[in-house]
Ligand binder design. Structure first.
Ligand SMILES: [Zn+2]
Length: 327
């Protein structure tokens, strides 16, 4: 059997594990709820149990290392999960130490948004690009930057926290405490909140009908817009405009060859794209306007295959393209 990596994607709600091949193929996959309330030791115990299960089920697998990703802030060099807001009770957990001692294999750790950026770059919508910005738009907004063939880490691995760039001076307060963050105005959460405020339970609106008279989510807005509802379409236009403002900043800052949009809201990419494009045409300087904005291709496996590539492709980013044989 060919060479594989064990990969883990530690999310605030779901813990995923997989065996991944050099071409980004998912050979086996498992997942379970993270249950962060049980504390970091219990969660790491379940990571180890998932790894044991994957290895037991594939005794012939030639596993050469473990690639893991987790929410930031984390220090990829030291291998420490510093203390993500979505993982309660995690403070300076030395993931690389723990896992390498347990399995006797090399372990690499990366921020989940950076890992997803790597996955889309090496195996997904960004294949072949020398520079790329990956933006995930769902509950929050996160991102990763591939600059000149490498993940751009910055000081302490904290670069590309694009959800918290200030893009306006108004609106609801972001969880970070600031007003006007990209995430606070353009995340799926923000879109759902605007739709909920615009309507009321029992008002007969399409937005409330698709949400069964509960709070309206971003997914409901996309669904109602697809059904032709005028107010949902207006909300989508406003959302796309904010995304266009944020993406314009990313074009000016990083000059990527492509911007890849992932996350839950990418399901509405076809509806959002024209206004995103128009906003970039309007706001970006001439030289940046022709950069493609494309939807992500790997869905929720982007982080897993990106993390695995840290093991399988280590030190050989230049050879990335020649080795890809998926699709
Ligand atoms: Zn913020």
């Amino acid at each position: 059997m060919s060479t594989l990596a064990l990969a883990f994607d530690l999310g605030g709600t779901e813990l995923r594990g997989a065996l991944i091949g050099r071409g980004g193929e998912v050979v086996a996959r498992v997942s379970e709820p993270t249950m962060t309330d049980a504390g970091s030791e219990a969660v790491i115990g379940r990571i180890i149990a998932l790894a044991d299960k994957l290895l037991d089920d594939h005794p012939q697998a030639k596993v050469i290392g473990i690639g893991a990703c987790a929410p930031g802030p984390l220090d990829p060099k030291a291998g420490i999960v510093i203390g993500p807001p979505t993982l309660s009770g995690w403070h300076n957990v030395p993931m690389i130490d723990i896992l390498s001692r347990q399995f006797g294999l090399p372990v690499r750790l990366e921020n989940d948004a950076n890992a997803a950026a790597l996955g889309e770059w090496r195996f997904g919508a960004g294949r072949g690009a020398g520079s790329l910005v990956f933006v995930t738009v769902s509950t929050g907004i996160g991102g990763g930057v591939i600059a000149d063939g490498h993940i751009y880490h910055g000081r302490r691995g904290l670069a590309a926290e694009i959800g918290h760039m200030t893009i306006t001076g108004e609106g609801d307060r972001c969880f970070c405490g600031n007003v006007g963050c990209f995430e606070a105005v353009a995340s799926g959460t923000a879109l759902g909140r605007r739709a909920t405020q615009l309507t009321a339970p029992g008002d007969g609106s399409v937005l409330r009908r698709v949400s069964n008279d509960g709070d309206v989510s971003a997914r409901h807005v996309v669904e109602a817009a697809r059904a032709g509802d005028a107010s949902a379409r207006e909300l989508v236009e406003a959302e796309a405009r904010w995304l266009g403002v944020g993406f314009t900043n990313l074009l000016h800052l990083y000059s990527p060859e492509v911007i890849v949009m992932g996350g839950g809201l990418a399901n509405g990419f076809d509806l959002l794209a024209p206004r995103i494009r128009a906003t970039i045409e309007e706001r970006a300087m001439q030289a940046y306007r022709d950069v493609p904005i494309v939807p992500a291709e790997l869905g929720d496996r982007a982080g897993l295959v990106g993390a695995a590539s840290l093991i399988l492709w280590e030190g050989e980013p230049g050879t990335a393209l020649a080795m890809v044989q998926n699709d």
